[in-house]
Design a binder for this molecule. Structure first.
Ligand code: MLT
Length: 392
């Protein structure tokens, strides 16, 4: 037998696994040090009370014959898809419940959606990039082209008519840079995709962090329904990193190569996925209730204040950064021309603070570094004090 040799083309470790390993090694060698982790974007606040209550009620229903549920529908329960559709409506975007697929998170869908596209498509990603888009397409053996995001373009790359791409991954607000597309910028991508018969895979996992007048969904852009699939997640919006629930939208009119993409994805999901558990779907629906929105907004505001605390320390230190305003991530330039891993080591050893080296997100991340605002307040304040002491 032979294994999938495309795996030989991957970098040896998944970025966050590498960061975790290095941190664990340092912690084991220095058990007396209090390490503050602002690396992986994992939330620290508990689930909102209304969400927990709904999850408990869902579990209770499973305990009784009359209300017990077996396999869920492949695309998710109606009540959740209706709640998600209502959420889109709340910011002026029309997405019908029967265009929504409930999943166990955007990471899985970003990695799996490639199943419906031929291997010989060319994939375009912006660089720096969330590693899942790259690694999953390397595993599938697709050609990947990179478009640079840098200080010159404000970390928001624009389409280039001379470049031919079939599948385009966009993430806005962006992981890792925190940059968010304007309506005009996103319209340029939509026009490019429609003109070039391409499909945009739009990762909107951080839309709830937008504070300015920017698109919360690609479907806020005219023409997106004929070229875009949107992937979203409750991980960062409602603290579901461990609970696992997300959703993917495929407009019914989206067709390529004589195939309807909604129907193709439905076929794939029905074969490989048995859905999200009932209590979790109940919990997810509660996120979109009026009280759910009020409670999760409090948590988001808490993380936004953390971002402000980190950003103001960088302002004091005179360090260049983006993000923080419409995103939970702060993307900073390593001081004194340091490399990303060099700065990672310095912060870990001298301040016992963990971040994510920008280089791990691609070539254009070299010399940059990502901090997350998902820590708890006390640790974030302490991390910032340590960083200020080290760098001032
Ligand atoms: C990150 O830190 O970039 C995210 O937590 C990764 C993810 O959502 O999978």
């Amino acid at each position: 037998m032979k294994i999938n040799r495309n795996f030989d083309n991957l970098v040896p470790n998944y970025l966050f696994a590498d960061v975790a390993r290095k941190t664990a090694e340092y912690a084991a060698a220095n058990p007396d040090k209090k390490i503050i982790r602002l690396g992986i974007g994992d939330v620290t606040l508990p689930l909102a009370p209304v969400v927990v209550e709904a999850m408990k009620q869902g579990a209770e229903e499973l305990a009784h014959k009359e209300t017990f549920k077996g396999y869920p529908e492949y695309e998710g329960y109606d009540f959740l898809r209706e709640a998600i559709s209502g959420y889109y409506k709340s910011f002026g975007v029309s997405v019908s419940p029967d265009e929504i697929f409930v999943s166990d998170g955007a990471k899985s869908d970003c990695g799996n959606i490639g199943d419906i596209f031929s291997q010989d498509n060319t994939v375009l990603v912006t660089d720096p990039v969330y590693p899942v888009y790259v690694d999953s397409n390397i595993m599938a053996g697709r050609k990947i082209i990179y478009t640079a995001c840098n200080e010159q373009n404000g970390f928001s790359a624009m389409p280039d008519e001379s470049v031919k791409a079939d599948i385009i991954f966009l993430c806005s607000p962006n992981n890792p840079t925190g940059a968010a597309f304007t309506f005009g910028q996103l319209k340029a991508w939509v026009d490019y995709a429609n003109k070039n018969d391409a499909v945009i895979l739009y990762d909107a996992a951080y839309e709830a962090f937008i504070t300015e007048d920017l698109p919360r969904s690609i479907y806020a852009i005219e023409g997106a329904r004929t070229c875009a699939i949107e992937l979203c997640s409750l991980s960062k919006t409602a603290g579901f990193t461990g609970t696992r629930c997300g959703y993917t939208v495929i407009p019914k009119e989206l067709e390529r190569d004589g195939h309807n993409l909604y129907a193709t994805w439905y076929r794939r999901q029905a074969t490989k996925f048995n859905g999200v558990s009932y209590p979790v779907q109940c919990a997810a629906a509660a996120v979109f209730s009026e009280e759910g929105q009020r409670q999760i907004r409090e948590n988001i505001a808490y993380y936004q204040e953390n971002a402000r605390i980190i950003a103001s320390a960088l302002d004091e230190l005179g360090i260049y950064y983006t993000g923080g305003k419409n995103s939970p991530y702060i993307w900073l330039k390593c001081p004194n021309g340091m490399g990303s891993w060099e700065f990672f080591d310095l912060l870990l050893k001298e301040a016992n603070v963990v971040g994510t080296p920008g280089e791990g997100f691609g070539e254009n991340g070299a010399g940059y570094f990502r901090l997350t605002s998902f820590g708890d307040r006390e640790s974030t304040v302490e991390a910032v004090e340590r960083i200020k002491k080290l760098l001032s």
